[in-house]
Structures are given as structure tokens and as C-alpha cells.
Design a protein around this ligand. Structure first.
Ligand code: DP6
Length: 340
């Protein structure tokens, strides 16, 4: 058994779904019930270092300089247990992870977080995974993380029960289309209900969940076609419908999950008003109160200013297409491990 500390780092970027994933077809394997399509974002990066050490009694997680316990620690341990099984390793790990964006703001930190953790921990354990295997490993922890393994435009197909190997697939490189997502932060602090919990509530209690599962593949196909032809209006329309439909399933669950805050509604109206005034911009939201506006790069400064003017918008971040998780395509040589 390996006794020396072994360490590796990885950087992964968050992604925002253009066609949404919401609900699972297999809860135990964490398989999505619907296909989703996303854009990986350059500005929203997570850097993670994993070190397997002989003198640790348990896995220790430090996020943005603070020790983390509870559910996040449990989810991290579950991924590390898979990696230990793959590597035949018994050591525990120290994980230091830093988000280059506000974690508590409810942006998609689990996607970049689990993609970076999967890459860094497998490298540290000396396991060389192909990108699709890395994507499947990240997906088992958080389905949206499967997409962050790749850069640019990415699809995660729906999963069929029992399919351990489901992984995301790249559709088009970041350079394919110079769009922007202008993110309006509308509340401070972590969200009250996790996406995992809220989508389970939707699946088990919303009368609209079945309609969502039936329609979501139609919007995912429209989004894919629109990406291929760089048709922003077609993409925006499908994205808005996908967004509203999954929120409908969340709001109508028992108990209902309403992520929206006053700033959410203000930003949605501002984006609609901009579009009515001739600016090609469309909105999307995830499991939180923030609103993301999709537009061409040339329109982004104008859109950012219009959102920043709203009193209920706290901060605006403009994000552009980004690369996949670093180090996945060319696994590091043994010398790349830095011992501490
Ligand atoms: C609304 O990937 O966070 O952001 O698989 O349970 O970890 P788990 O869920 P997660 O859900 C993301 C939901 C979403 C839409 C999306 O990213 O596709």
C-alpha cells in the first residue's frame, strides 16, 4: 500500500445549463431523467488539491479556507471512496478547494467542485481515467458536474436505470460561438433547499413533473440545433421554456420550492424589456434566485449595465465560454505529483 503523501491539483469551471436537468431516473446511481445541454464558463473556476496521507483518520475538506462538515463532506467522501476502490488505495485525503467566484451566492459550485475533485483525486491516486470515465465519476456525485469535464457546449443524455457509465459528451468547443452569460446576483447567502432535494420533491409530488419529463427532450434537441446553427433566438426561446418548466415543477411540489426573490423577478422583467426594445437577450435560472442573461459578446456590456441598475441586483458577473477540466485529456506523469 502507498504510504507517501500523494498530491494532485485540478481546475474545473462551472457550467450553466441552456436546456435543464431536473429530476432523476435512478436516484441511487444519480442518473438524470432528462437530457441537458450546457455551456462551460471561463470565469467561474474551482481549484482543488487532493492529498492522500498516511496519518489521516478521515477525509478532511477545506473549502475557501474553512473546514467543511455535514452533507458536503459526506458527498466528497462518497466520491473519494469510489476513487479508493478504483485505485486499491486505503489512505484518507486532505482536500483544499477554492472557488474563484462567490460560493454562497448559489452559483453552480457543485458542478465545478465535483469535476475538479474527480480530476484531482484520481490523479493523486495514480488512476488514469479517460475524459468520459472522469465525467461518469463526477456525474455519480452531481449530474451537472459531468458536463464541467468538457469545455464549451456539452450534452448530458438522460440515463436509463442501472447505467453506471453515463457521461457527458462535448457538442462544440468554447470557440464555436462567442456568447456571454451575464449573471445577476439577486441575493446573498446559500440557497435554502438544495437542487438534489428540490428535484426529488418535484419528481415525487408535483403533478407537472411528468409533463416536464415529456417536454424536456424537445427543448434539449432545439437547443442543440440552435447551437449548431448559432441561432440565438431559437436557443433563447428553448432555454427560457426549459427554465420556466422546471421551476413550475419545483414551485408546484409539496412543499413547494420557490427560489425566486424580488430581484429575480425584476431581472426577468428587465431582460424581457430589453428584448422588446430590440436587444437579443434571453434569461435562464437554476436552483437559486439568480438570473443569467444569454446574449452575444457585443451586447454583454449593455445587458450588464441594465441589470446592474436594478436596486435588487447585488452584483453582475459576465461569463464567457470556457475550457474543460484541466489535466483530463493528458493524464499527468508520475513526476507531476507534488509531495508535501
Ligand atoms: C437546476 O447537478 O446540482 O442547475 O445531481 O442532485 O447534484 P445533483 O443536482 P445538480 O442539479 C442542477 C440542476 C440545475 C439545472 C442544470 O444544471 O442542468
Amino acid at each position: 500500500m502507498q504510504r507517501e503523501p500523494r498530491s494532485a491539483r485540478a481546475t474545473a469551471r462551472a457550467n450553466i445549463a441552456l436546456a435543464k436537468y431536473w429530476g432523476k431516473s435512478d436516484v441511487a446511481l444519480n442518473l438524470p431523467a432528462v437530457p441537458s445541454v450546457s455551456l462551460t464558463l471561463d470565469e467561474l473556476a474551482t481549484e482543488t488539491e487532493v492529498t492522500f496521507e498516511a496519518d489521516l483518520d478521515e477525509d478532511v475538506l477545506v473549502l475557501d479556507g474553512k473546514p467543511v462538515t455535514g452533507r458536503p463532506q459526506t458527498r466528497v467522501r462518497a466520491l473519494l471512496d469510489r476513487v479508493r476502490r478504483l485505485a486499491g488505495l486505503e489512505l484518507h485525503a486532505r482536500i483544499r478547494s477554492t472557488n474563484r467566484f462567490p460560493t454562497g451566492a448559489g452559483l453552480a459550485s457543485s458542478a465545478s467542485g465535483f469535476a475538479a475533485l474527480a480530476a484531482a483525486s484520481t490523479r493523486a491516486a495514480g488512476v488514469e481515467l479517460a475524459a468520459r470515465e472522469l465525467s461518469a465519476l463526477a456525474r455519480a456525485s452531481s449530474a451537472s458536474a459531468a458536463r464541467s469535464v468538457y469545455g464549451g457546449f456539452v450534452e448530458l443524455p438522460a440515463g436509463t436505470r442501472g447505467d453506471h457509465s453515463l457521461c457527458a459528451e462535448p457538442i462544440a468547443a468554447a470557440s464555436h460561438w462567442d456568447v456571454r452569460l451575464v449573471i445577476a446576483i439577486t441575493a446573498i447567502g446559500p440557497k435554502t433547499v438544495s437542487s438534489t432535494e428540490a428535484m426529488e420533491r418535484s419528481r415525487t409530488t408535483s403533478p407537472y413533473y411528468a409533463a416536464w419529463v415529456e417536454q424536456a427532450p424537445v427543448w434539449a434537441a432545439e437547443v442543440k440545433r440552435a447551437i449548431a446553427s448559432r441561432d440565438l433566438a431559437a436557443l433563447g426561446n428553448a432555454m427560457e421554456r426549459s427554465t420556466m418548466a422546471f421551476h413550475c415543477a419545483a414551485i408546484t411540489s409539496q412543499p413547494g420550492t420557490l427560489y425566486w426573490q424580488p430581484g429575480t423577478v425584476a431581472a426577468l422583467h428587465r431582460i424581457a424589456a430589453l428584448r422588446a426594445g430590440g436587444v437579443p437577450v434571453w434569461s435562464t435560472m437554476d436552483a437559486g434566485p439568480h438570473v443569467k442573461a444569454l446574449c452575444e459578446a457585443s451586447e454583454a456590456p449593455h445587458v450588464a449595465k441594465a441589470l446592474d441598475e436594478l436596486p435588487t441586483v447585488r452584483k453582475v458577473i459576465t461569463a464567457s465560454p470556457g475550457q474543460g477540466t484541466e489535466g483530463t485529456r493528458s493524464p499527468p506523469k508520475k513526476e507531476a505529483f507534488s509531495s508535501i
